[in-house]
Design a protein around this ligand. Sequence first.
Ligand code: 2Q2
Length: 323
Amino acid sequence: NFVLCALLITGIFSCQQKDSANKPEYTLRFGHLANEQNIWHLAALKFADEVFQRSEGRILVKIYPNEQLGKEMDMITGILGGSMDIMVTAESLENWSLPLAIMCATPYAIKDSDHLQKVAGGPIGKEIEQHIINISGLKPIAWFERGARNLTTNIPIRHPDDLKNLIIRVPNVSLFVATWSGLGAKPTPMAFSEVFTALQQSTIHGQENPFALIRNAGLYEVQKYVNLTEHVKGWAYVVMGNKKFESMPADLQNIILESAKVMQEYEHQLFLEQEELDAQFLKDKGMEFIEVDKEAFIELAGKAVMEHFTEEQRRMYRRVQEV
Ligand code: 2Q2
């Protein structure tokens, strides 16, 4: 009996030992609002794989799509509170007293992809990232170029005059509320995962997003038109809680940053292919693409943005225009 007990205890110990040898030192929870087909999710998987391989299993990244860890605003709070670690976010950051973060989604501020790369990937982008770390405690570790945001509705919209009395959902972003009010609509802030149902129940009449998220949320089932306002050409950040990042040893911090670079490059390659595919997918699902009077949108939206901006934001906006 004694021998049997000894063998049993040794067996259990060696399993635990083996198990603890493979048990990761860090498990990072990575949330986002897109679904598993979205390139943000594929990029997150790439990041998780890179981190696991490079750290030889010391860091495990678990990914939660579809706002499983909470609505976007709750995920930001979650990271700052330590209940999760990484997420994709963008203009919602303005709610954490980050006036300059809104440059990543300011209507008609970024001209095109080339201009975006120079702003987000250049000195202004670095300045915005530092601003985010210093003020909010969120550390941007990567950024993703996004397709232009377009307005979807069930009546064709060719001119801002057509927006009268239309209730348009926007993310929880005061600049978006100001912009769509200035365009003549009735904007209502709402979490992304609630948009489909609200459209189905006609409590809202439209929403605005890049093709990727229009496709992602199946909005082609409840919206007829994609009105090509292209009112925001922007980018999103992958942010990590700076406290968690700083608590990791330097070698693991480097692995996080190197893996984030690989993720960003991988996502950008997917993005370049995906935009066209998403547009065609929406057309194949019966959505009708409507050309709009872009000048009329630019004029009214521009006025609303400038009225809403602080002097600091107007200064940054002017610098962005000079890039
Ligand atoms: O409409 C939305 O909620 C999204 O397109 C947001 O812009 C998005 O959530 C970004 O803040 C990045 O997550």
